[in-house]
Design a binder for this molecule. Structure first.
Ligand code: NAD
Length: 522
C-alpha cells in the first residue's frame, strides 16, 4: 500500500455552528492581547529580535501585528553556513523520522488552529473561511509530503539484467532557500519548507515582509515538532534578503512563490555560477496568472454566476488562481453580465473579522493604489458594468468592479491585477475563447462552464493552463486532489501538493553493480 493511501485532507471548520463562531472571537481576543508579536531572525537556534520590520492589519493600519528585525547579508551568510552543516545531519536522519517530525508540527498546528487563523485575519485581512482553509492546507502539506518522501525514498524501478544490479535512488540536494508571498501566509511557506525538509534538505525561510507573524508560527511549529535548529532558519526581511539568499553560492535550490517580475529576476540571478560554486541552482517558481473563465452558450448560469463571482472577488481577488477575465458566448453575454453585475452589487465588503465578509481590504496601501489605477484604465477604455460602493473608509478597501467592452490591447486584459476587478468579454464561440487564452503569457488556472462533453474535451485539449476547472469555481485547489501550479510564465510547472513536487528537492543517483565478479556472493 502506498504511504499516501492514509492521507486525508484536514476538514475545514463548520463556521455555521455557534460554538465554532464563539471560538473564533475568543481566539481573536486572545491574539489581540498578545500583540504585537516579536518575530526573530533565527539562525541555527540563535534568535535575534528587532523592530525594523513591522506588519500591520490591512483593515486597521494603525494596529501592529508583529515587529521583526530585517535580516542582513550577514544573517544570510550565517544561515547558509548553518544549513550546510544542518543538511548533512538532517539528510542522514531516516525518512520516517523526518516525516514524524513534520507530522508532529502538523499536530502542533492542529491544536492551535483558531489562533493561527486569527493571526491571518489580522495580519493579512483573510476572512475566516479563507484563513481556516489556509491553516488546513498547511497541515495537509506537512502530512502529504511526510508520506510522499517515504514513497520517493524507495527509489524507482529500473531494468535488471543478468550480471548487474541497478538501482535508482534520490538524495537531498542540500540547502533550500524558501521565499514566500503573503497571500497564503502559512500554507505556502509551509508547503515549500515541508517539501524541502521531508526530502532531507535544510531550509532557510525568507517570508513575505507583510506576514512575518504567520511565518514565525510555522517556524515554531517545526521546532516544536523537533526539526533540528540547524535544519531550519527564519529570515524575516525584504526583497534584498531574498536576493542575497538567491545569490549565495551555498544555496542549491530556490523554492519561490510570488510575482512574475521577481520570479524572473530570481531565475536570472540563480543562473550565475561563480568560481566557488560546484552545482547549478534549481529554481522552483510558482508565479502569477491572468485567469480566464469560458462560459459557453449552453452553460447553467445558476452554477456559473456564483462560481465566477466568488472566484473573482473572495479575498478581494488576491489569490493567484482568482478569475480575472470571463470569455462569454455572445448569445448569453448580456444575460450573464447582468447577473454577475447583480451579484457583485450585493457582495459583502467589510473587515475580515466579520463572519459574513466576502471582500476584505487588499493587503497594503500600494496594492490599493495599483488596483485603483487599473480600475481607472478600465473605466477610461471600457464600460463599468458594476461597482460595489461605498466601501469602508478605514482599511485598504477597493470597490469590487466589473468592466466590459475593453479593447483587445488593454493592459487590464493582459496584466495580473491581483485585486477585485473582473473583465467580461464577448466571444463568437469557445474556439475564439481558446484563441484569446492562447495569446496570454500566463498559464495558471482557467475555467469552463459548458454542458456539452465535446466542448469540455475540446477545451481540455487546447488549454495551456496548469489547472483547468470545469463547471465549478477556479480557486481552492486541495492538496493531493488538485496538484497546483502554472505553465508558461506562471511558473516552472511544479505542481505543489502533487505526486511529482518532491522531485524538485532531490537529485537522482543511479548505481550499477557488477554481480558476476569473482568472489561476489549474490
Ligand atoms: P512578490 O513577488 O512581491 O514577493 C514574494 C517574495 O519575494 C517576498 O518574500 C519578497 O520579499 C521576495 N522578494 C522580493 N524581491 C525579491 C528579489 N529581488 N529576490 C528575491 N526575493 C525577493 O509577491 P507577493 O506580492 O508577496 O505575492 C503575490 C504574487 O504571488 C502574485 O503575483 C501571485 O499571483 C503570486 N502567487 C503565486 C502563487 C502560485 O502558486 N503560482 C501562489 C500565491 C501567490
Amino acid at each position: 500500500m502506498s504511504a499516501l493511501a492514509s492521507f486525508a485532507n484536514e476538514p475545514v471548520l463548520e463556521l455555521r455552528r455557534a460554538a465554532v463562531r464563539s471560538g473564533l472571537s475568543d481566539a481573536l481576543e486572545q491574539l489581540e492581547r498578545r500583540l504585537p508579536m516579536s518575530v526573530p531572525v533565527a539562525v541555527a537556534g540563535d534568535l535575534r529580535t528587532g523592530e525594523e520590520l513591522v506588519s500591520t492589519d490591512p483593515g486597521a493600519p494603525d494596529r501592529i501585528l508583529a515587529h521583526a528585525p530585517l535580516a542582513t547579508e550577514a544573517d544570510v551568510i550565517a544561515a547558509v553556513s548553518a544549513a550546510r552543516e544542518g543538511s548533512d545531519a538532517w539528510g542522514r536522519t531516516g525518512v520516517a523520522e523526518r516525516g514524524e517530525a513534520l507530522r508532529r508540527a502538523a499536530a502542533w498546528m492542529r491544536e492551535r488552529r483558531l489562533e493561527l487563523a486569527a493571526l491571518q485575519v489580522r495580519e493579512c485581512a483573510k476572512p475566516w473561511p479563507e484563513a481556516d482553509a489556509d491553516v488546513c492546507e498547511a497541515i495537509d502539506f506537512l502530512e502529504y509530503y511526510a508520506r510522499g518522501a517515504v514513497t520517493l525514498d524507495a527509489g524507482r524501478e529500473v531494468l535488471q539484467v543478468t550480471g548487474e544490479r541497478n538501482e535508482l535512488r534520490y538524495v537531498p540536494r542540500g540547502v533550500v532557500a524558501v521565499i514566500s508571498p503573503w497571500n497564503f501566509p502559512l500554507a505556502i511557506p509551509c508547503g515549500m519548507t515541508a517539501a524541502a525538509l521531508a526530502t532531507g534538505n535544510a531550509a532557510i525561510l525568507k517570508p513575505a515582509e507583510q506576514s512575518p507573524g504567520s511565518a514565525a508560527m510555522l517556524y515554531q511549529a517545526l521546532r516544536a515538532g523537533d526539526v533540528p535548529a540547524a535544519a531550519i532558519s527564519l529570515l524575516p526581511g525584504g526583497g534584498d534578503a531574498g536576493a542575497a539568499l538567491v545569490r549565495h553560492p551555498g544555496v542549491h535550490t530556490i523554492a519561490f512563490t510570488g510575482s512574475l517580475p521577481v520570479g524572473l529576476e530570481i531565475v536570472r540571478s540563480a543562473g550565475d555560477t561563480g568560481p566557488e560554486q560546484r552545482h547549478i541552482k534549481r529554481v522552483v517558481a510558482e508565479l502569477g496568472g491572468k485567469n480566464c473563465v469560458i462560459v459557453d452558450s449552453d452553460a447553467d448560469l445558476d452554477e456559473a454566476v456564483p462560481a465566477i463571482v466568488s472566484s473573482a472577488f473572495v479575498y478581494a481577488g488576491q489569490k493567484c488562481s482568482a478569475a480575472s477575465r470571463v470569455l462569454v458566448h455572445e448569445a448569453i453575454a448580456d444575460q450573464l453580465s447582468e447577473r454577475i453585475a447583480g451579484a457583485v452589487r450585493v457582495l459583502v465588503v467589510g473587515q475580515a473579522s466579520e463572519l459574513g465578509t466576502e471582500v476584505p481590504p487588499v493587503i497594503e496601501e500600494s496594492a490599493r493604489e495599483r488596483v485603483n489605477r487599473y480600475a481607472e484604465i478600465a473605466a477610461a477604455e471600457g464600460r463599468i458594468v458594476a461597482r460595489r460602493e461605498p466601501v469602508p473608509a478605514v482599511g485598504w478597501f477597493c470597490p469590487p468592479t466589473v468592466v466590459a467592452d475593453l479593447p483587445a490591447g488593454s493592459r487590464v486584459l493582459a496584466e495580473e491585477i491581483f485585486g477585485p476587478l473582473l473583465a467580461i468579454e464577448r466571444v463568437r464561440d469557445v474556439e475564439q475563447a481558446c484563441d484569446v487564452i492562447d495569446e496570454l503569457r500566463f498559464g495558471l488556472t482557467g475555467g469552463l462552464f459548458a454542458r456539452d462533453p465535446t466542448t469540455v474535451e475540446y477545451v481540455r485539449r487546447r488549454t495551456p493552463v496548469g489547472n483547468l476547472y470545469v463547471n465549478r469555481g477556479i480557486t481552492g485547489a486541495m492538496v493531493g486532489r488538485q496538484p497546483f501550479g502554472g505553465n508558461r510564465l506562471s511558473g516552472t510547472g511544479s505542481k505543489a501538493g502533487g505526486p511529482d513536487y518532491l522531485m524538485h528537492f532531490v537529485e537522482p543517483r543511479a548505481v550499477t553493480e557488477n554481480t558476476m565478479r569473482h568472489g561476489l556472493v549474490v
